[in-house]
Every structure is written in structure tokens, then in C-alpha cells.
Write a protein that binds this ligand. Structure first.
Ligand SMILES: N[C@@H](CCC(=O)N[C@@H](CS)C(=O)NCC(=O)O)C(=O)O
Length: 253
């Protein structure tokens, strides 16, 4: 097996849920940091996708191009050595949780992107680590353009922030009710747990070396009110990360 290349936005929950699955399966991959807007032409060339939307994460492996976080996790299940994340007996339930978690992340993006875009300190923190310190200030306008580009691409401006908060709250209530104090959503640890745990970034990011967020990014992703209300869910997520999240694929922040 050749070494997969994982193209990811270091702090993005979509990238982290695929990275979590790759690491669970102890896959030795090389992560490349994607910068919105600037990185797109090269990614289009490498994936041979010249039309339509292209997002990250993307996994390039043995001539295959896998362009979706859940599909990357499924690929990890096929080639990796960890316990299965998509056991056949739980397919439908996992799909339901992935939908719930993705809806939560999409609603949260409506609220967090403007917080990121409007704060220069946060934009500076969002630049990947390969950008040297002396260049970071010069690249701030570019980070701003990138944030505006993502906001346009996902039509975030046309979404009602109150509606987004209501969607988030409904998803969190369902997760809390369905977890019922257990350690996993289904009888075993599956991708449902990864999807739900990572989606909780939208309420308050986990403190773990794989996502080394600075204080500005952490604040931009945090919703104080919901963090208080759903403390039980966050405590579950923190335990899950402490027990299950290995660190080989530490995001290159
Ligand atoms: N279906 C995709 C969606 C991924 C997605 O929304 N990615 C966003 C994360 S913020 C992205 O790539 N944004 C940067 C861009 O689109 O240029 C998946 O699950 O992998």
C-alpha cells in the first residue's frame, strides 16, 4: 500500500472527523494543509475536478481520489487495522447520526465563520503553521479573502443565525437524549461517535494536541450559552477524545 496523502484544513471539523478515522486505523499518511481559495487551483489539478464544488478533506491513495470525509473514513475501514467504524449491522443508525452531526456542523458554520472573518487575530491564527511568522501579517488580507470565499461558497450570508442556533439546539438535545449517559451512541465505538464528538467543536472545541487551536480560534468556535446547557455532552466528548483519540495525525497548525 502506498502512503496516502491527506489534504485537509487543519482546524476544520470535516477534516478532523476523517483524520480521527485514519488515526483510529493506524494508517500512515502524509497530511498537507489546505488554504481556502489559494489552494484550490492545485487541488483541482490533482483531483482532476475542474467544475463544481471542491472541498476538503481529500484523500489521494493508490490512484484513487476520495473527496468526502465520510468516504475517507469508510476507506480507512477497508485498508486499516483498527476495529470497524462502520459495522454492517449498524449502517442505518450510523448514517442517521452522521446526518445529525453534519447538520449541526453546517448550522454552526453560519455562526462561527463571521466571528472568524471579522477578527484579524483569529484570521492570523487560522493560517497553517508552514506560513512563517514574518509573513503572517502580510497574509492576513488573504486569510480574510479566504474566509469571505468560504462564506460565499456555502451561502452562509443567506442563512438566518437564529434559525442556525435553533437547528444546533435541536441536534444537541437529540444527541444528549440518545446518549443517555452511555459511553458510546451504539453498542460499540463507531463512526457515529466520531461524527458526534467532532461536531461538538461547534459548541466548544476539545482541548487535545491533535487540534492545537489558539485562544482566538477557540473563542470563535465557542458558544458560551450552549456550552453551559450541554455540559454533559461536552464531558462525554472530552472523555472520548482522552480514551480514543491517538495523536499521530496531529493537525499541522
Ligand atoms: N462533503 C464534504 C464537505 C466538506 C466541507 O464542507 N469542507 C469545508 C470545510 S469548512 C471546506 O472545504 N471549506 C473550504 C473550501 O471549501 O474551500 C465532506 O464531508 O468532506
Amino acid at each position: 500500500m502506498s502512503r496516502p496523502i491527506f489534504v485537509a484544513a487543519w482546524f476544520s471539523p470535516w477534516s478532523e472527523r476523517a483524520r480521527f478515522a485514519l488515526d483510529h486505523h493506524r494508517i500512515d499518511y502524509h497530511e498537507e494543509s489546505y488554504v481556502p481559495l489559494l489552494g484550490e487551483p492545485l487541488l483541482r489539478l490533482r483531483t482532476r475536478v475542474f467544475r463544481g464544488q471542491l472541498s476538503v478533506p481529500v484523500l489521494l491513495h493508490d490512484g484513487r481520489v476520495i473527496r468526502d470525509s465520510v468516504e475517507i473514513a469508510r476507506h480507512a475501514d477497508r485498508v486499516g487495522t483498527g476495529s470497524p467504524l462502520f459495522p454492517a449491522s449498524a449502517e442505518a443508525e450510523i448514517a442517521r447520526y452522521v446526518e445529525l452531526a453534519t447538520g449541526l456542523m453546517e448550522a454552526a458554520r453560519v455562526l462561527s465563520m463571521p466571528r472568524m472573518a471579522n477578527d484579524p487575530a483569529v484570521r492570523r491564527e487560522s493560517l497553517p503553521s508552514f506560513v512563517p511568522t514574518p509573513l503572517r501579517s502580510a497574509l492576513l488580507p488573504l486569510a480574510g479573502l479566504g474566509a469571505a470565499y468560504v462564506a460565499r461558497k456555502y451561502r452562509l450570508g443567506s442563512r438566518d443565525p437564529n434559525e442556525a442556533r435553533a437547528t444546533m439546539r435541536r441536534a444537541l438535545e437529540r444527541l444528549q437524549a440518545e446518549l443517555r449517559g452511555r459511553s458510546t451512541l451504539l453498542s460499540d465505538f463507531t463512526f457515529a461517535d466520531i461524527a458526534a464528538a467532532v461536531a461538538l467543536t461547534a459548541v466548544r472545541p476539545v482541548e487535545h494536541p491533535v487540534i492545537p487551536l489558539g485562544p482566538g480560534m477557540r473563542a470563535a468556535f465557542t458558544d458560551q450559552e450552549m456550552a453551559k446547557e450541554f455540559g454533559e455532552l461536552l464531558a462525554w466528548r472530552d472523555r472520548l477524545y482522552a480514551e480514543r483519540r491517538s495523536t499521530p495525525g496531529t493537525a499541522s497548525a
